[in-house]
Write a protein that binds this ligand. Structure first.
Ligand code: E4P
Length: 216
């Protein structure tokens, strides 16, 4: 399973990238706002650091304008995946981009029906949002499972990029189902290391070691 980092925070990406834990990056307009940076500058900086796909999102809502914006974003670096929303105009732009050989991430996917359309339109990635479905008491992980089944039934090549990840359990569930990629905030990825028995075991080892009076 590939790990994308869901942030436009360059130092957070660098920390994980230096450990070899970053296969790509996803951004969105809210994350650009949070970064306080210019979209082109920050996206370029991320693309220079990370060799995998970096999603940069269009903000136009009409296909023609989306295509114009997407082509501008694609010029930032060769590893840009143009991110478009899962609307009819977004699918139109997706088809245009994929026909020209650009990577496309179709975002804001909340149903299996939408995911089928994204695959038909030639999306490189489809981004089903787990956490936001959970927020409205629907089962986000079940959606990933449904899309996996459907894509496998028809050998669709679009990669399932599980997004809106809030917990370590979301990541584990996605791994068990066989999502191709997860994108998660740096803090969630880093919290995968935590285990109470690791902390407890380490504390005991250090106490016992101190009693030996030895040094390494
Ligand atoms: C995906 O590409 C989105 O940027 C992201 O996962 C949205 O997550 P959120 O629901 O936590 O904002």
């Amino acid at each position: 399973m590939k790990f994308f980092v869901d942030t436009a925070d360059v130092s957070a990406i660098k920390e994980l990238n230096d450990l070899g834990m970053v296969d790509g990056v996803t951004t969105n307009p809210s994350l650009i706002l949070k970064s306080g940076r210019d979209i082109v500058e920050v996206t370029k900086e991320i693309c220079d650091m990370v060799s995998g796909p970096v999603s940069a999102e269009v903000v136009a809502t009409e296909a023609k304008a989306m295509i114009a914006e997407g082509l501008k974003l694609a010029k930032i670096a060769p590893n840009i995946a143009i991110k478009v929303p899962l609307t009819w105009d977004g699918l139109t732009a997706c088809k245009a981009f994929s026909s020209e050989g650009h990577m496309v991430n179709v975002t804001l996917c909340f149903s299996a029906a939408q995911a089928i359309l994204a695959a038909k339109a030639g999306a490189t990635f489809v981004s089903p949002f787990i956490g936001r479905l959970d927020d409205i008491h629907m089962d986000g992980v079940e959606l990933i499972d449904d899309i996996r089944t459907i894509y496998d039934n028809y050998d669709y090549k679009t990669q399932i990029l599980a997004a809106s990840i809030r917990t370590v359990n979301h990541i584990i569930d996605c791994a068990k189902i066989g999502a191709d990629v997860i994108t998660a905030p740096p803090a969630v990825i880093k919290s995968m290391v935590n285990h109470v028995l690791t902390d407890k075991g380490l504390e005991q080892f250090l106490k016992d070691w101190a009693k030996t009076g030895q040094k390494i």
